[in-house]
Design a protein around this ligand. Structure first.
Ligand code: RP5
Length: 161
């Protein structure tokens, strides 16, 4: 069974969302990627979100830009945890996406990450953390990933005295 579903509103979101997929792959977490648009393919959204749990997904990562209702609509149709990634839109640099995703009224939560690539990577890491609660081997891989990141930080900036 595939652990994480990565959905996005458009092909144009892939350039950002591929970072979530790559991060999950680096942690050996299975994921599946789909285009599901809340306004262009609403029937696909309903079918996906209603069936996601039965398909075996444990966490959903949803990226969308502009009037970004995909994460919220998805969360309204499933009890699986939904992590929202605001795509950096051209017109408003992703602030529109961020506000659309983060301001869910009480009752239907979306775990909202940072705008763009950082948010996509962190959504994957957060999904892995959730899965690691019941997967000690993944918890070890995640700890090793974080140690490598720590070890890669120099004590002094290159070029300094
Ligand atoms: C949203 O509209 C998508 O998530 C995308 O970020 C944005 C623009 O989509 P395209 O016009 O590039 O397909 O639905």
């Amino acid at each position: 069974m595939t652990a994480v579903a990565i959905i996005m509103g458009s092909q144009s979101d892939w350039e950002t969302m591929r970072h979530a997929a790559e991060t999950l792959t680096a942690l050996d977490v299975t994921s599946e990627t789909r285009i599901v648009s809340a306004h262009r393919t609403p029937e696909r959204l309903f079918a996906f979100a209603r069936g996601a749990k039965a398909e075996g997904f444990k966490v959903i990562i949803a990226g969308a830009g502009g009037a970004a209702h995909l994460p919220g609509m998805t969360a309204s149709l499933t009890e699986l945890p939904v992590l929202g990634v605001p795509i950096e839109s051209k017109a408003l640099a992703g602030l529109d996406s961020l506000y659309s995703i983060v301001q869910m009224p009480a009752g239907i939560p979306v775990g909202t990450l940072a705008i763009g690539k950082a948010g996509a990577i962190n959504a994957a890491l957060l999904a892995a953390s959730v899965l690691a609660l019941n997967d000690p081997a993944l918890a070890s891989r995640l700890a090793a990933w974080r140690k490598r990141q720590t070890d890669a930080v120099s004590e002094r900036p290159e070029g300094s005295a």
